[in-house]
Design a protein around this ligand. Structure first.
Ligand SMILES: *[C@@H]1O[C@H](CO)[C@@H](O)[C@H](O)[C@H]1NC(C)=O
Ligand SMILES: *[C@@H]1O[C@H](CO)[C@@H](O)[C@H](O)[C@H]1NC(C)=O
Ligand SMILES: *[C@@H]1O[C@H](CO)[C@@H](O)[C@H](O)[C@H]1NC(C)=O
Ligand SMILES: *[C@@H]1O[C@H](CO)[C@@H](O)[C@H](O)[C@H]1NC(C)=O
Ligand SMILES: *[C@@H]1O[C@H](CO)[C@@H](O)[C@H](O)[C@H]1NC(C)=O
Ligand SMILES: *[C@@H]1O[C@H](CO)[C@@H](O)[C@H](O)[C@H]1NC(C)=O
Length: 452
């Protein structure tokens, strides 16, 4: 192969890998049909992915989309007009820049041409702010500096759940290497999880994308959020990549990347050290793919909680591949409340390294995070087709594998393939398994003693 065609094939592979996901699920319909996918689930290589041609889009139309995408991207950024927040009175000198950002957004959103909305390399301060679409043209928000939250809690009295919101924006990118700083200390100090004498109140998430379509968030740092760092809420076609997400280990509810009601999302190359889940995936999310994630400290990668307050929850087609987890309280977790309905299914965790993780593999269908004990109930969010493939490392606790599944429904189709977890210290790790239908393949340790 000459170098040119080699380059082209790399381009094509990159294209197939990155684009087919947006248009169709790459996660196998039924991960448990392993014999059909044997050549695809190869735990010995760390580089394999499900690169599977979409059944609905032919190769030629993919190529057409590729050339269109490249052309669209290049022409769009080359011809973009530049809107600088400083031109609207932002100073980045410690004063409040909220009005200037509002005006700049209005200008950008109404533009008939693509826009680069620029936040220069200074320290800007914002009160809660909503950037709403739909906008007339694609917008790229280029954050070079730092955007810091107002620490005055009375600024949030209209909406205590959000600091920065992007709502109903289509064809939107956020990039630039800058920092989103939630200035969250004041909220942590006033959290009932930190000080039990205080009443429980709601803190704002730092950055929320609500109802956005074709969204990319790339190369941004998030630190010290009031509550969650980054939430994707009812979005479609999202790519979140090269993010550095940090908060102290003891900061309450500071989930790194929260995915709710969102479809076709790829989370790639992220470093997340925080006080709660590194990634949390909850109801209504489908086609979620997280690759090359470094997590810890934090509470690990979590699907759920699902089914709280007898609610219906649906999560499917999730793949987590190539994650390193260090010193987290959980590794790979699925948690559901009793009394819920719906399902969590077709979930693949593969190529995972753990070090010093307290509950490396855990499914809990009796999750109960409230003061009163939870009553025994007859319904549950059903859990099926979950694959743990090539999961290795050390557990900080004796029980490295725990399946605590519903007595009525059980967990169906759980596969462990080349799962090898030993305790951090001496001895052997244990598996605790209730009401789980399991298959073991390859080397699995610890193993459940009985399987149903
Ligand atoms: C996995 O990949 C290795 C190296 O490429 C190969 O030798 C092995 O046969 C593959 N195993 C499966 C199950 O495909
Ligand atoms: C900002 O957006 C959030 C989320 O959609 C919404 O709850 C809130 O009311 C909005 N605030 C304002 C001031 O529009
Ligand atoms: C916080 O904001 C309120 C209302 O906007 C204002 O009255 C108060 O002086 C502010 N507090 C501080 C410390 O700036
Ligand atoms: C965003 O879109 C949703 C659904 O179309 C709509 O209900 C909501 O009012 C929109 N929000 C704004 C701020 O326009
Ligand atoms: C394991 O993690 C705990 C909690 O984060 C930490 O205190 C401890 O130092 C870690 N031990 C090792 C050997 O990494
Ligand atoms: C769950 O386990 C209990 C005790 O082993 C057993 O009686 C029950 O039938 C199991 N239920 C399911 C759904 O597997």
């Amino acid at each position: 192969m000459n170098s040119q065609s080699h380059f082209l094939s790399i381009l094509l592979i990159a294209f197939l890998a990155s684009f087919s996901f947006s248009f169709s699920s790459n996660v196998p319909e039924d991960p448990l049909v392993l014999d059909h996918h044997h050549h695809q689930i190869n735990s010995s290589g760390d580089h394999d992915e499900y690169i599977k041609p979409s059944p609905t889009i032919s190769r030629t139309s993919r190529l057409a989309i590729l050339s269109w995408a490249i052309a669209a991207h290049h022409s769009a950024s080359a011809n973009n007009i530049v809107v600088n927040v400083d031109s609207f009175g932002a100073k980045g000198d410690g004063g409040d820049d909220t009005q200037a950002f509002r005006k700049a957004w209005k200008k950008a959103c109404s533009s008939q041409r693509g826009v680069d909305l620029v936040v220069p390399n200074r320290n800007y301060h914002l009160k809660p702010i909503n950037f709403s679409g739909p906008c007339n043209s694609p917008i790229t928000l280029k954050i070079y500096g730092t955007i810091k939250a107002s620490p005055n809690r009375s600024d949030y009295s209209d909406d205590t759940r959000h600091w920065i919101v992007f709502e109903n924006v289509t064809n939107f990118r956020v990039e630039g290497g800058g920092t989103i700083d939630g200035n969250g200390r004041i909220w942590w100090q006033n959290s009932c999880k930190v000080n039990e004498a205080l009443p429980c109140t709601i803190a704002p998430n730092a950055m929320t994308f609500f109802g956005c379509i074709n969204l990319q968030v790339d190369n941004i740092r998030f630190r010290n959020p009031q509550k969650m760092h980054l939430s994707f809420h009812e979005c479609v076609n999202v790519k979140a990549s090269n993010l550095i997400v940090t908060a102290p280990e003891d900061s309450p509810n500071t989930d790194g990347i929260h995915v709710t009601g969102t479809q076709n999302i790829k989370i790639m190359n992220c470093l997340i050290r925080t006080g709660d889940d590194c990634i949390s995936i909850v109801s209504g999310s489908r086609n979620v793919r997280a690759t090359d994630i470094i997590c810890g400290p934090g509470h690990g990668i979590s699907i759920g909680s699902l089914g709280a307050g007898n609610s219906e929850a649906e999560v499917s087609d999730v793949m987590v591949s190539r994650a390193k987890m260090m010193g987290t309280t959980n590794g790979l977790r699925i948690k559901t409340w009793q009394g819920g309905s719906g399902y969590a299914s077709n979930i693949v965790f593969k190529n995972i390294m753990m070090h010093n993780v307290s509950n490396p593999i855990i499914i809990n269908q009796y999750y109960c995070d409230q003061d009163e004990p939870c009553q025994e109930q007859t319904s549950a969010v059903k859990i099926s087709n979950v694959v743990y493939d090539n999961v290795k490392g050390t557990s900080a606790s004796k029980v490295a594998v725990k399946f605590d599944c519903s007595k009525r429904f059980g967990c169906q189709g759980i596969l462990l393939r080349n799962v090898y977890i030993k305790p951090l210290g001496e001895g052997t790790a244990e598996a605790s398994c209730e009401n789980v239908s399991l298959i073991h393949r390859g080397r699995v340790s610890p193993k459940c003693s009985s399987t149903i």
